[in-house]
Design a protein around this ligand. Structure first.
Ligand SMILES: Cc1cc2nc3c(=O)[nH]c(=O)nc-3n(C[C@H](O)[C@H](O)[C@H](O)COP(=O)(O)O)c2cc1C
Length: 159
């Protein structure tokens, strides 16, 4: 059984790290994309209101996976609407394990990881670990000590 990395990334930072994670963990990667782009202000409002957005078809069925790493940028301190929709579309997730990875511009205060953890926990998934990286560190490829620790959570228990 394998790990699925599901990544929403608007300007490529989160996806850059997700691809590195994919190599390290030997996981599959599915990219979450919205059908339509929205203006900056609407992105903020949708995130604040915890709305969903129509996404293009991607891997949402965890039938052949035992772990999921959900990756996204922090928007208005919260999850982008695309991630809210992706979590809603997930299938066969009960008793599977999950991790959360977010990138953000710098603000320490954010609720995105809590939102994801609360939603997936209630759906019966088991939390393994989380990681947050700052945009400028991603640009400089300075992933720090947390990166190998996060990877190890998924590698050690690979079955
Ligand atoms: C609509 C929008 C809202 C954002 N809100 C926040 C925020 O609340 N806090 C923060 O630290 N960064 C915020 N950012 C910055 C992004 O989280 C950050 O640049 C991230 O690394 C971008 O990832 P991506 O390149 O994968 O899209 C926001 C960016 C956008 C476009």
């Amino acid at each position: 059984m394998k790990t699925l990395i599901a990544c929403y990334s608007y300007s490529g930072h989160t996806l850059k790290v997700a691809k590195r994670l994919q190599k390290e963990i030997d996981a599959d990667l599915t990219v979450i994309e919205t059908e339509k782009d929205k203006w900056y202000l609407f992105k903020i409002l949708d995130s604040l209101r915890e709305k969903k957005a129509v996404i293009k078809p991607c891997q949402t069925d965890l039938m052949n996976y035992d772990k999921l790493i959900l990756c996204c940028p922090v928007w208005a301190g919260r999850t982008p609407a695309a991630i809210n929709q992706y979590m809603f579309e997930l299938k066969n997730i009960k008793d599977k394990e999950f991790g959360v990875f977010v990138t953000s511009g710098g603000s320490r205060s954010q609720k995105a990881t809590v939102q994801i953890r609360e939603y997936l926990d209630i759906q019966g998934m088991k939390f393994l670990g989380q990681m947050r990286l700052i945009t400028k560190d991603v640009e400089a490829e300075k992933y720090g000590e947390i990166f190998p620790l996060f990877v190890a959570k998924f590698k050690d228990q690979q079955s």
